[in-house]
Design a protein around this ligand. Structure first.
Ligand code: GLY
Length: 346
């Protein structure tokens, strides 16, 4: 098969890499590779930390994709941070939120260790005001920028900046043995743009001599934040706001203030960190928070989209699903894009 991938973020590049591995001819089109949501992402591989009520299918998919990460990371030569994640609550209400998440994990059969304040501090002496929480041993992280750089390195001769011309996608579909995969994150081309709900996230990157040992995800007086250390170096990523707003891709003063205010309560040593970058990008959300992976009603046009809060984690699974679909026609029902396209068609 010949495949044209639109979008060189972590999802598009992973799809390209998987199709090449299976012997297909691939080109990737993106005027600014790796500059979308992958650029802002903290890189949490966190099925348990992201689990929420009513999202059992998503948790199942995230767990499946987590299992693919060790091989992908080894292939790319990118380290995985495997010291697990602490999920903490600052006040009694926050601990109730933690408990809600743990009840989702109970239903999903995901194990965790509930910890009181003293036990949390024993694991992570740098923690500040925390009332209780849990250790999520299987929630890891990678550096998404290192992953994108490694994928671009492997695919360099196949990634081009040419923009896509109207009508080209349809022509590709009617040519035999040619497929177009749309992996353009929060900005899908028409007629698919309305399937995506851009959800803005502001993220702060700091450098510190006193990084946390492992990812800390916190509820802090109702705010949800995370503090993600890199395995190699002194960078720590503090994220992220969750806002459905338009406008230029620039962080707001209020968003950054809220993030830093919560983060420094949870990890007080962050007061001494140097701020090196503040980034704002849109997550590609969908109406049911599940991705859109598989066929459309256009022949030869496949979506690899809508990974919302889990683009890094889900990239290897989406790559596998897209490649399987192209080769065999198989579709994972939970992420079939036609669940929305059919409704639109009436
Ligand atoms: N996965 C974390 C976020 O979307 O902020």
């Amino acid at each position: 098969m010949r495949a044209r991938i639109l979008g060189a973020g972590i999802v598009g590049l992973s799809v390209a890499d998987e199709l090449i591995r299976r012997g297909h001819q691939v080109t990737v089109v993106d005027p600014a590779p790796g500059s979308g949501a992958s650029y802002a992402a903290a890189g949490m591989l966190s099925p348990a930390g992201e689990a929420w009520h009513g999202e059992e299918e998503l948790t199942r998919l995230c767990l499946s994709s987590l299992a693919l990460w060790p091989d992908l990371a080894a292939k790319l030569g990118v380290p995985v941070h495997t010291r697990g994640t602490l999920l903490v609550g600052v006040d009694a209400g926050d601990v109730q939120q933690v408990e809600r998440q743990l009840s989702v994990l109970d239903l999903a059969g995901v194990s965790y260790e509930r910890l009181v304040r003293r036990e949390l501090l024993a694991r992570e002496p740098g923690l500040g005001r925390v009332a209780g929480g849990a250790f999520l041993a299987e929630d890891h992280s990678v550096d998404p920028r290192a992953v994108v750089a490694a994928l671009l390195d492997r695919l360099s001769t196949r990634v081009g900046a040419t923009s896509f011309r109207p009508g080209e996608r349809q022509r590709a579909g009617v040519e035999t043995n040619t497929v177009t995969v749309i992996a353009t994150g929060a900005q899908l081309p028409d007629p698919y743009s309305s399937l995506i709900r851009p959800v803005r996230g502001d993220v702060v990157r700091v450098r510190t001599q006193e990084p946390v040992e492992r990812t800390v995800r916190a509820w802090a007086h109702g705010e949800q934040i995370y503090v993600v250390p890199r395995i190699d170096g002194d960078e720590v990523v503090i994220g992220a706001t969750t806002e459905e707003r338009d406008g230029p891709l620039l962080p707001t003063v209020e968003g950054v203030w809220r993030l830093l205010d919560s983060a420094r309560r949870v990890v007080p040593a962050l007061d001494r960190a140097s701020v090196v970058e503040v980034t704002s990008r849109d997550r590609p959300g969908t109406a049911d928070n599940l991705p859109l992976v598989g066929p459309t009603h256009e022949p030869g046009v496949v979506l690899a989209a809508g990974a919302y809060r889990n683009g890094v984690l889900l990239a290897p699974l989406i790559a596998q699903l897209v490649a399987d679909h192209i080769e065999t026609g198989s579709v994972e029902p939970a992420v079939d894009p036609r669940r929305f396209l059919m409704k639109e068609d009436g």
